[in-house]
Design a protein around this ligand. Structure first.
Ligand SMILES: *Cc1c(COP(=O)(O)O)cnc(C)c1O
Length: 387
């Protein structure tokens, strides 16, 4: 009773009882980025990669945002694919690590999920399962990353086994590049993939975001028509550059989907010699004015972001100071005298109106990649989905 009354009073006064930090997920930006991927892919079909809760953006919301434009969804988590099926998503669905145990196979058949088959034990399990359907599979080949995939010397045996057993339907040949975002590129792996798969008249799926944008000639380098093949863009859909040191997201015409904002909750003056935050590892050399922002590693902000990491306060660019705490970051306001408590802090994302701070720049300063920052967005941060 009392709680109801309290809530009613809070609602009346429009008090949210929430910290000012929140993430905005812009589905129009997501669709824009998908259209960019489409333009680069031409006729080649696109798996929208929505693993890891759509890179931290919220898998249901992202799938909903892409419902009308996605050719298919690729994810790691089978249970989420089943959940999407139950929510009425009839798209092709690719499960990127396939099944972990043979008792999952009937669910793949029932829910029409396409497994990636990367190991010989999976082939044996599939044959032994004697499913009522011929299962379409993605056969993952190791072309040099040496993580998952059938070794080149085992491929012929695997294909023979599958053919004799009649356990599979359409087989798509897949590989994954280790260096599509690196100076060395994909040449060695692509040549190896072509050599290994020579003479096999099957669709291919080999390009992640980096390869799609940098090496479009690889998209459909197999024997079939372009529209029989698939690419697997992930990070570009969320508006980050897969290779920020080569080309920025803006140069690739990508728009940020996640915007992480909070507010300055306190301002103080420092005298020369004053240390800031845990460990006091930033020390003011002269008089300074600093702000405290309600955002920390407990919200997903990278703890290793050092002094000097870019941040926008009141729309103006400045830098963080000292160690990131669980709930707070200190920022330099010395050159921003008009900014005070209650002003907006933009950790990453943004738009023309509130200013832009690419997640890639923050990630570079913090020694990580925007993928990790997005995935780390904490559940205590309120999320608002727009457009
Ligand atoms: C995650 C993933 C992708 C997407 O990679 P991005 O770099 O985000 O484009 C593509 N293929 C596989 C196998 C993946 O696991």
């Amino acid at each position: 009773m009392f709680e109801c009354l309290l809530q009613a009073l809070l609602d009346l006064a429009q008090i949210t009882m929430r910290r000012p930090i929140h993430a905005r997920i812009d589905l129009a930006a997501l669709r824009h980025n998908h259209a960019v991927a489409r333009r680069h892919a031409g006729e080649v079909l696109l798996w929208s990669v929505i693993k890891a809760n759509a890179y931290g953006h919220g898998v249901l919301e992202v799938a909903q945002g892409l419902r009308d434009v996605a050719d298919g969804f690729a994810l790691i988590e089978m249970e989420m694919a089943i959940h999407l099926r139950e929510q009425g998503f009839n798209h092709p669905m690719l499960i990127l690590e396939g099944y972990y145990r043979s008792n999952e196979l009937p669910l793949f058949a029932e829910y029409q999920l396409t497994p990636v088959v990367h190991s010989e034990w999976q082939i044996d399990a599939l044959i032994a399962a004697r499913l009522p359907i011929r299962m379409p599979i993605y056969l993952k080949i190791d072309s040099g990353m040496h993580r998952l995939g059938i070794a080149s010397y085992s491929l012929a045996t695997c294909l023979k086994k599958l053919e004799i057993s009649q356990a599979v339907g359409k087989v798509t040949l897949m590989t994954h590049f280790a260096d599509a975002d690196e100076p060395s590129g994909i040449a060695v792996q692509l040549a190896r993939f072509k050599r290994i798969t020579e003479g096999l008249s099957m669709p291919i799926s080999i390009c992640n975001s980096a390869a799609l944008l940098r090496f479009p000639e690889a998209l459909a380098c197999g024997p079939l028509a372009a529209n029989e093949n698939w690419a697997r863009p992930g990070i570009m859909l969320y508006g980050s550059s897969p290779f920020p040191s080569i080309k920025t997201a803006a140069e690739l015409e990508l728009k940020p989907v996640m915007t992480l904002r909070s507010e300055v909750i306190a301002v103080r003056d420092l005298r020369p010699g004053d240390g800031v935050g845990y460990g006091g590892n930033f020390v003011a050399r002269s008089a300074m004015r600093i702000g405290v922002v309600a955002c920390g590693y407990g919200d997903g902000y990278p703890r290793h972001a050092p002094t000097g990491t870019p941040i926008l306060i009141g729309g103006k660019r400045t830098r963080t100071l000292g160690r990131v705490s669980m709930d707070k970051i200190c920022v330099d306001l010395t050159e921003l005298p008009s900014v005070g408590a209650g002003d907006t802090a933009l950790m990453w994302g943004g738009d023309e109106e509130i200013g832009l701070l690419p997640a890639d720049e923050v990630a570079a300063a913090a020694g990580t990649i925007s993928y990790e920052m997005f995935c780390a967005l904490a559940s205590r941060v309120a999320v608002e989905v727009v457009n």
